[in-house]
Design a protein around this ligand. Sequence first.
Ligand code: GAR
Length: 212
Amino acid sequence: MLNVVVLISGGGSNLKALLEAAADPAYPARIVAVGADTDAAGLAHAEAAGVPSFIVRPGDHGSREEWGRAFASAIREHLPRGSENSEGPGDPEGAAGSDEGLVVSAGLMRILPADFVREFSPRLINTHPALLPLYPGAHAVRDALAAGATETGVTVHVIDEGVDTGPVLRQARVEIIPGEPEEELHERIKQLERPLLVQTVRDIALGELSLR
Ligand code: GAR
């Protein structure tokens, strides 16, 4: 069983999809905690599922690096390094590396400091609403529309020290409807994003997708 900490900033519809998937005992990962950098509306999904959550606010720390250290240590409370997360003999042998857990950034709208990335990567993944390497950053959907793109999509990738530059794990494509408002396009992207993220976490948990 792969232990997962999910990081959010907003509504948390991707988190909700992961929580729903993990409610099925056959799903090979469980959400052990949810972390946020602000009073994210999506924390309500964690509460409803009985999953512990924590908020580490950048404003409470002297620098981005200090915030990153505090965020990392809150995650470690739920995901101890090298801990045996397996649930006994029934655990799939194929879940290579699952003893270190997985951190999933699902709508965390903040760049993680380099020390944080070095601590968790490659067991640190992100979902991004564009076909990377196109349209990295905080306004991917808006940027695709502004560029006059005819298609965009979603990428699940390993987080490295750059902004949305880490190795791509999975992508799905979405055609852009001319004149479509940003919010509607983003919602259509999310309809693909949620199952893609659920599937990617499953495949990592089963050792079917390598992070190395
Ligand atoms: C998702 O579309 C995610 O890809 C995006 O925020 C949305 C969060 O939705 N993340 C970024 O843009 C990161 N650069 P949700 O809160 O409903 O899961």
